[in-house]
Design a protein around this ligand. Structure first.
Ligand SMILES: C[C@H](O)[C@H](O)[C@H]1CNC2=NC(N)=NC(=O)C2=N1
Length: 93
């Protein structure tokens, strides 16, 4: 289930701003207003529930850091990249 280092590197190249930190992939999203970040979190949470795959989220002022790993597998799996791509398609108007 866990992806190889090579597979992880290949998929990260398709995901702008995401980087690997040990057994997670992570990205910080920045917003012009605090509540835009909160609205983003709401949509991330809905995507997570739909996929039954949940990120760790750090909410800051006008910034949200998303961190993904597959706890059941103890590392990075395809599920992490599937959710990352879903998150990339979220746009806060
Ligand atoms: C029972 C339920 O399917 C599991 O606990 C799911 C829930 N969400 C999850 N989220 C993440 N990031 N990793 C998991 O292994 C995981 N497992």
């Amino acid at each position: 289930m866990k992806l190889t280092d090579q597979e992880i590197a290949e998929q990260l190249r398709q995901l702008p701003g995401w980087r690997r930190e040990k057994d997670t992939i992570t990205k910080t999203f920045r917003f012009s207003a605090y509540m835009d970040g909160i609205r983003f979190v709401q949509q991330v949470a809905e995507a997570a529930e739909t996929l039954n795959h949940h990120p760790d989220l750090t909410i800051g002022y006008c910034a949200v850091t998303v961190s993904l790993t597959t706890h059941d597998s103890g590392g990075i799996t395809q599920k992490d990249f599937t959710l990352a791509r879903q998150i990339e398609s979220i746009h806060i108007l």
